[in-house]
Structures are given as structure tokens and as C-alpha cells.
Design a protein around this ligand. Structure first.
Ligand code: UD1
Ligand code: CA
Length: 451
């Protein structure tokens, strides 16, 4: 069965008190909208159409980043959910298949729930996703007659008796595309909000003798985000789900509740994550790695058997090959660390490549930025960079080369060479004791003068 997704995202989200459109507020470091789009992607839809309105250009560019095959259509005035879906009519005019309508601000919907809705289509023309609400509040109420859904009544338009119903409308539906657009053309706006309600398609379908049913899901899947407090709760819900999934996959989390994950975090089995680790966007950690406490990773790739941290920072473009070590207070940015290489203490390696089995001593800095431009540092294999070396880029250090501790390397070091670039040491016999005596005498005189 072919499917087209329509994701509604035109609303302003007033209660977020924000210049950013609601659907672009992040949950797990990805726009809320990306969560709905990723769930929808599991259905391998033929079309993904996002209806944008408020701050549409910002939404459009986010959609392009998330899925280059998605289409954005504009709803210039927010006249209601049926009017929003209607904006996709032109894109789907020759489309013959099912439409699934999702909301951009409902990030927790599970793919298998949508699959159940599609499965229910074999026995119904229109399928609505409902849920038993602990507090039905202002949700639309589903008026069932056995398995048949007769009508959805919006809270504002409901009688006291209808308000007693706890089976509520999530807003999601599945329907044949042609039928849905036919029904939508008949929706009017004579209701308490003067809006074109998508929910009216139920009654219109029933009037034509169509079969309409509701599939139920857990309320947690339909959690919408309307405020910053909801956003924080949504992130917490995401985190506990994502941690549970990692544990299930065979990743060890020593203190799961302290590990922060992003929507796209990938971690291989038998990797161990110590407490208080943050995974920003774009991180892949292969199997059997160790990420020690208080490390911060984003936009990086950590290979099998690598050890990172404690207190390491891997930034965009950090590429750690197998069995590499990146230790405490080390920052790596846009740099490849080849197999078996070690950067164990207090170093910054940026815009660089480090060859196999090379050892970078404590306190090494790649001076990659001249104030205007960034430059590259290339370090060969089996090299030894002495502690506190400054590598002033652009510069190359060859295979099997060494730099002396405290060196300031401004010129290329050839293969196998030892580069010493520091002032030679001078020792003055007995001078330290003389100097100390002199200073003590000075202090004594000052103390006497002051009293
Ligand atoms: C809607 C349902 C209600 C259901 C509830 C679940 C209708 C008429 N009501 O009510 O039965 O219980 O969702 O959360 O459908 N949107 C647009 N353009 C518009 C209007 C809305 O894109 O013109 C988008 C919003 O951005 C949002 C979604 O559609 O993502 C739902 O709109 P909202 O105004 O929140 O609907 P509710 O009143 O909550
Ligand atoms: Ca809503």
C-alpha cells in the first residue's frame, strides 16, 4: 500500500512565548518536527508534505535539512485543521493511495501505531487515532457506536453529556486520498471557533454510508507540546525511552539517568558509557568503545575499542579510528586520529591528522587559527610529540619524528628527525641560595619598616 504523509505544522504555538515556531523547538537536539518526520519515514511514504504557515521560511529550511525529499506547502492563514490538510491537495492531485495526517507538535507517536491505523484501513474507509485520556480536558471527543465512529465533537461544541466521554481524538487519521479531499471540500466553518475542522470528515463520511473506525493508542504517544514545560517533559520522556533502547541493544550505561542522548545518536553493543556523558547531534560510537565520565561529544565518529575521557570533548569532525585513546581535558575538532594513536592529557587537536600509533604528549596544542583563517597540522605515523609542544599550523611532522618538550614548531619536521625549538637551559651554581637570602632580607626590612 502506498502512503502519503501530511504533517500539520502551520500553527503559531503562542504558549511557547517564542520567536521560533513551535515545531522547531528542539527535543533531544532535533526540531520537534524531525521526530514526527522520522516516525513517518518508517512507513517509506511516497510523499511527505509539511504544511507550514507561521514562520514558514524557517520551517521550510528545517524540513530541507531533515528530509530533502519532503515537500513544504504553505497555509497563509490558519483557518483550521481541514483547511491545513487541504493545502496538500494540489501536490496529491494525481496520487492514488492512502493519506496519513500527523501533527508536527506530537513527537512521540510510534511507527507501529501508524502501521495499525493503516492495517485498520482494510475494514474501514477512514481511521482515526484515539486514546483514553486520564484528563480529557479540551480534546475532541469520539462518539462511538460499537466499532463504528459516528462523529467527533470538539470540546467547545460539546454538550455536558458529550464532555463526560474520555475516549479522545489524537488528531491523526488515515484515509484514501481521493475520499479525504472529497470530504474536506464539504467541511464548513459553522462552529464555536469558526474554523474548518478536520474532525468533521467523520460525520460527512458516515452520512455517505462510509465505514469509519478508531484505533486506540496509549496516551503517552499523543502527548503534544504547547509550552516550555511540555518541551522539558517531552525531552525527559525521549531520554528515558532512548536509554532503555540502548540498554536493550547491549550498550552498558553505568548511570543511565545521567546520560543525555540526541535523536540521531548511534551507539554499538558492548560499548560502555560512564556517568554524565552528553551526546550532541551527529554522534556514532561503534561497538566495544569506552566513553568515560563527563565527556561531551557531537558530530563525531568513535571506532571500535577506542577510549574517550574522562572529561574529553569531541567536536564536529573528530574521527577516532580503532583503539585510539583520547584522555582527560582533551579537545578534538575536525581531526582524524589514526589507529592506535594516543592523545591522553590536556591537549587541543584541531584541523589536524594524526598518524597510526603516534603519541601526543600532555599539553600539546595545534595552533590552527591565525585570527583570520584556519590551518592544517599533519602528524605522521609512530611520531612522538613531546609534552607542551605548540604546532603552529600549517605545519607537518613526519613519520617516526619527535618534538622535544616545550617545542614551538613553526617549520616542517622531516621523517625520523628530532625537532628542538626552545631556549637552551643555563645553570648558575649557588645562585638560587643567594637569591633566596637576598629576598628574605628584603622582606624582613619591609616588615620592620611597616611596624
Ligand atoms: C485538534 C483536534 C481535536 C484533538 C486535538 C488533539 C480539530 C478541529 N481538533 O484540536 O479534536 O483532540 O487536536 O491534539 O482538528 N494547524 C495548522 N493549521 C491550522 C490549524 C492547526 O497547521 O489552521 C496545526 C497546528 O499547528 C497543530 C495541529 O494542526 O500542529 C492541531 O491544531 P490545534 O489548533 O492545536 O488543534 P486543537 O484545537 O488542539
Ligand atoms: Ca493542540
Amino acid at each position: 500500500m502506498s502512503t502519503a504523509l501530511i504533517i500539520l505544522a502551520a500553527g503559531k504555538g503562542t504558549r511557547m512565548s517564542s520567536d521560533l515556531p513551535k515545531v522547531l523547538h528542539p527535543i533531544a537536539q532535533a526540531p520537534m518536527l524531525a521526530h514526527a518526520m522520522m516516525t513517518g519515514r518508517a512507513l517509506e511514504p511516497d510523499h511527505t508534505i509539511v504544511v507550514a504557515g507561521h514562520e514558514a521560511e524557517a520551517v521550510r529550511s528545517a524540513v530541507e535539512d531533515i528530509d530533502e525529499h519532503a515537500t513544504v506547502v504553505l497555509q497563509t492563514e490558519q483557518l483550521g485543521t481541514a483547511h491545513a490538510v487541504d493545502q496538500a491537495r494540489a501536490v496529491l492531485k494525481d496520487y492514488d493511495g492512502d493519506v496519513v495526517v500527523l501533527y508536527g507538535d506530537t513527537p512521540f507517536l510510534q511507527a507501529d501505531t501508524i502501521e495499525r491505523m493503516i492495517a485498520a484501513r482494510t475494514s474501514a474507509d477512514l481511521v482515526i487515532l484515539g486514546f483514553e485520556a486520564a484528563d480529557p480536558a479540551r480534546y475532541g471527543r469520539l462518539l462511538m457506536d460499537g466499532d463504528s465512529l459516528e462523529r467527533i465533537v470538539e470540546f467547545k461544541d460539546a454538550s455536558d453529556e458529550e464532555r463526560e466521554i474520555t475516549f479522545c481524538n489524537s488528531g491523526l487519521l488515515a484515509c484514501d486520498a481521493k475520499l479525504l479531499f472529497d470530504l474536506i471540500s464539504k467541511v464548513g466553518n459553522a462552529n464555536a471557533s469558526s474554523e474548518y475542522y478536520l474532525t468533521d470528515v467523520v460525520e460527512l463520511a458516515r452520512a455517505e454510508g462510509r465505514r469509519v473506525t478508531a484505533v486506540a493508542c496509549d496516551e503517552s504517544e499523543t502527548l503534544g507540546v504547547n509550552s516550555r514545560a511540555d518541551l522539558a517533559r517531552a525531552d525527559a520522556v525521549f531520554q528515558s525511552r532512548a536509554r532503555a533502547e540502548l540498554l536493550e541493544l547491549g550498550v552498558t550505561l553505568m548511570a543511565p539517568e545521567t546520560v543525555y542522548l540526541s535523536l540521531d545518536t548511534i551507539i554499538g553493543r558492548d560499548t560502555v558509557i560512564e556517568p554524565n556523558v552528553v551526546f550532541g547531534p551527529g554522534v556514532t560510537v561503534e561497538s566495544g568503545a569506552l566513553i568515560r565520565a563527563f565527556s561531551h561529544l557531537e558530530g563525531c565518529h568513535v571506532s571500535r575499542g577506542a577510549k574517550v575521557g574522562p572529561y574529553a570533548r569531541l567536536r564536529l569532525g573528530a574521527e577516532l579510528a580503532e583503539n585510539t585513546h583520547v584522555g582527560n581535558f582533551v579537545e578534538i575538532k575536525n581531526a582524524e586520529i589514526a589507529e592506535g594513536a594516543k592523545v591522553n592529557h590536556l591537549s587541543y587537536v584541531g584541523d589536524a591528522s594524526v598518524g597510526k600509533k603516534t603519541n601526543i604528549g600532555a599539553g600539546t596544542i595545534t595552533c590552527n587559527y591565525d585570527g583570520i583563517m584556519k590551518h592544517h597540522t599533519e602528524i605522521g605515523a609512530n611520531a612522538f610529540i613531546g609534552s607542551n609542544t605548540l604546532l603552529v599550523a600549517p605545519v607537518k611532522v613526519g613519520d617516526d619524528a619527535m618534538t622535544a618538550s616545550g617545542a614551538v614548531i613553526t617549520k616542517d619536521v622531516e621523517d625520523g628527525a628530532l625537532a628542538i625549538a626552545r631556549a637552551p637551559q643555563v645553570s648558575k651554581p649557588g645562585r638560587a641560595r643567594k637569591l633566596m637570602d637576598l629576598l628574605r632580607a628584603k622582606k624582613k626590612k619591609r616588615d620592620e619598616d611597616a611596624s
